[in-house]
Design a protein around this ligand. Structure first.
Ligand code: FE2
Length: 326
């Protein structure tokens, strides 16, 4: 495959050979051993956008390593160079802070906590199609952002739990979250309804929630947010695969924790099969790829075909920023 003059495909020990013998993810570095300027990187992105997009469809994720992306505003420029429209984080469950432009922190929850596997915003009908991550400060140990091809999870689950998959395909899932009026930075799904819908007005919150397929019921100043049923398995036209497009892993872990402020049920009100979910968590761990972050890494993820998570940080620091695209 031609990579042009600017990019060179490199091989890392953590990559996995996936279907069609393609390494997952693709890793691109500068072709030249001489130092590369940020403007040259941005120009190459613009010049080779069709090729980069086809890589993203065929492979699912691209890690750009070794480019001079140092600050959040450098990262903002790189995201801009791709020219994908920004996806507004309305109705999002995580607490994220704007850093600059279209760049936000990935998740404000304590870094020693795991964020389980998910497609970004799989709990609302319309999700971002692409995600960018940027490593501003690489972890000393732990804190990786593992990724996994979603159709592999679907296929394994279908083989092992055909009845559960039939339930998911027939009914979809309904996600419920109790959102107070104050953010909870200790939770991976800690955004208040005020933060999620960017207003302090209950009526405006209801209107904005309705636009992302969510109903709000009030218990005093606390909102019970109900989204669904939404499909738990989706068909990705570009790759021709069915994907494991849901937030079962995140919701299940919150549901299992002491907090219990968020849960999931089948679209017909039935309970989700516990054993199948536990097996799913094992499969996700077995199939994922976790490449330790390096300063300046930019990871572009096809959110329609790839799930991501956050491993607990063992030794600080760690600063990973993110940007979502339509
Ligand atoms: Fe995420």
């Amino acid at each position: 495959m031609a990579t042009g003059k600017f990019f060179r495909e490199v091989v890392l020990p953590e990559q996995k050979l996936q279907n069609d013998n393609v390494l997952f993810p693709t890793v691109l570095s500068p072709a030249s051993s001489a130092s590369v300027a940020l403007t040259a990187f941005k120009d190459a992105i613009k010049d080779q956008k069709p090729w980069l997009e086809s890589l993203l469809v065929n492979c699912g994720a691209i890690l750009f390593r070794g480019f001079p992306v140092v600050s959040p505003s450098d990262f903002n420029d790189v995201v801009d160079a791709f020219g994908f429209p920004e996806f507004p984080y309305v109705g999002g469950r995580a607490l994220r802070k704007q850093v600059v432009g279209r760049v936000y922190t990935a998740n404000e929850s304590p870094l020693d906590k795991e964020v389980p596997f998910h497609h970004e915003m799989a709990y609302v009908p319309k999700s971002p199609t692409k995600l960018f991550f940027f490593c501003e400060e690489e972890p000393e140990e732990g804190g990786e952002t593992p990724i996994v091809l979603s159709h592999i999870i679907y296929e394994k689950m279908k083989e092992r739990h055909p009845e559960f998959i039939a339930q998911l395909e027939d009914h979809g899932l309904t996600y419920i979250k109790i959102a107070s009026d104050e953010d909870d930075p200790s939770s991976v799904t800690g955004s208040s309804w005020k933060t999620a819908y960017k207003t302090t007005d209950k009526n405006i919150a209801e209107e904005r929630a309705a636009k992302v397929g969510t109903k709000l019921e009030w218990i005093g100043n606390t909102a019970k947010t109900i989204t669904g049923p939404v499909p738990a398995i989706r068909y990705d036209e570009a790759s021709g695969h069915k994907t494991w497009f849901n937030s079962l892993a995140v919701t299940y872990s919150v549901q299992a924790s002491e907090r219990k402020n968020s849960w999931v049920e089948l679209g017909n009100g039935g309970a989700v099969d516990d054993d199948a979910v536990k097996d799913m968590l094992r499969i996700l761990k077995e199939e994922c790829v976790a490449i330790p972050w390096k300063n300046g890494d930019v990871l572009l993820v096809n959110n329609l075909t790839v799930l991501h998570c956050r491993r607990p940080l063992i030794k600080p620091p760690r600063r990973i920023l993110a940007s979502l695209c339509k």
